[in-house]
Design a protein around this ligand. Structure first.
Ligand code: ZN
Length: 417
């Protein structure tokens, strides 16, 4: 039996709670706009990185989005349980390690170190459990056995596949689009012996010298999607999720970049449903993609912009955070030097206003910022109102200090200004 392993997360930060926050409305990618009820507890699973090129701005924008949800729920008095994974065994990681002639585990460890320091610098609250795929091999083994009992597993040669057929009506996109995306992103729709072209691999039998683990399904390694189903259920529902306790419990939110809507979130949700017999998550939230100077930012174009490089060039991480908040989380946006320039100018005006001994009243502004965030995390509106206040800070300087406003910015936007 492979023991469970977690990796250290990064340092946490104090988040002040606020007295009055309306329920958060975010766009549920599956069901249209819907409230994320505050409740007394909130369970959130966010798909983590495959650690071979951390942390580019697309990663940062995604984790910032879920940090805003985390902060809003915390400030509303919810006890947030936040879990994130690390895809530390997958094709792209092995390919990069082979290309650079480095050990795949050392590559993963070094990139996760970089990711932690970038997340710390950007004031992203850490997950309570930061779990690598290689840390849950025993659970993946058990989950596949359970899915097999439930009738969802079949074998093609020595590899195991998940039978997706009964979930096809839940596809978030058309079947034609799904087939072409599946093929583009490393799927194998045409493999002889598959029942449905979209069936994903659950367990790869060992090939050549690839890393592998002993399991009841043979020596090998898991497919991508099953790790997230298992880690989310284990760390958000509980150790006995496979025994069927807590029958009513789905997780509150599954999140990631919009490139995960299909296939990853569809597949991991279907696999969790095949295990539990009920929906996996009540809300799906997805962050838009970040491009560079008019082009899509991607590994293949070689135009990824890394957070660590911007920081090492001397940019204050709060300015990077502010720059990313200038656009709405759902929009596909373009990054340019101008984004940083605009953010730097705004931060300087706001910092100067916050440091005044007497300022214009902040109560109305605080309420407007909270309202903007509650409405699908409208950060551009919140920052625009903040800037207007900062520019007019001397209009009616009747209030001593802006401490309450600073605490709100810190609690909800993670901006320590
Ligand atoms: Zn995932």
């Amino acid at each position: 039996m492979n023991p469970e392993i977690e990796w250290p997360s990064w340092p946490t930060l104090y988040t002040p709670s606020l007295s009055s926050t309306p329920p958060l409305l975010t766009l549920n990618t599956q069901a249209g706009r819907k409230s994320v009820e505050p409740g007394t507890s909130f369970t959130m699973y966010v798909c983590g990185i495959t650690p071979y090129d951390a942390t580019h701005l697309g990663h940062a924008a995604t984790y910032l989005t879920f940090d805003l949800i985390n902060r809003y729920q915390c400030a509303s008095g919810s006890k947030v349980s936040f879990v994130e994974n690390i895809t530390d065994i997958d094709e792209p990681l092995l390919e990069r390690a082979a290309r650079d002639d480095v050990d795949w585990q050392s590559l993963a460890a070094s990139q996760v170190d970089l990711f932690r320091s970038d997340m710390t610098a950007l004031h992203i609250l850490p997950p309570a459990h930061y779990v690598p795929a290689t840390g849950v091999m025993g659970l993946i083994d058990d989950a596949i056995t359970q899915m097999d009992r439930n009738g969802f597993v079949y074998r093609v040669e020595s590899d195991l596949y998940f039978d997706i057929e009964s979930f096809i009506p839940q596809l978030p996109i058309s079947l034609d689009d799904a087939l072409s995306i599946f093929a583009e992103r490393g799927g194998d729709p045409a493999r002889p012996g598959k029942r449905h072209p979209l069936d994903p691999v659950l367990w790869w039998a060992n090939k050549n010298d690839e890393p592998g683990w002993e399991s009841s399904h043979g020596y090998g390694r898991p497919g991508w999607h099953i790790e997230c189903s298992v880690i989310a259920l284990r760390y958000l529902i509980g150790q006995d999720f496979l025994t069927g306790n807590d029958q009513e419990f789905s997780i509150d939110l599954q999140g990631g970049g919009s490139d995960l809507i299909f296939p990853h979130h569809f597949m991991s949700g279907a696999q969790a449903q095949a295990l539990l017999g009920r929906p996996f998550a009540r809300h799906y939230v997805h962050a838009g993609m970040v491009g560079l100077d008019g082009e899509k930012m991607s590994k293949s174009r070689g135009n990824l912009v890394f957070v660590s490089k911007i920081i090492s060039a001397g940019v204050d991480p709060m300015i990077i955070r502010f720059a990313l908040l200038q656009d709405h989380y759902q929009s596909d946006r373009m990054w340019s030097d101008e984004s940083l320039h605009k953010a730097s100018e705004a931060v300087s005006i706001i910092r100067s206003a916050l440091s005044r001994e007497f300022v214009s009243p902040t109560e109305g502004l605080i309420s407007e910022i909270i309202t903007s965030l509650s409405q699908n995390l409208d950060t551009p509106a919140a920052l625009a109102k903040l800037r207007i206040w900062a520019e007019r800070v001397d209009d009616v300087p009747t209030q001593q200090g802006a401490g309450e406003l600073s605490r709100t910015l810190d609690a909800l936007l993670g901006l320590a200004l």
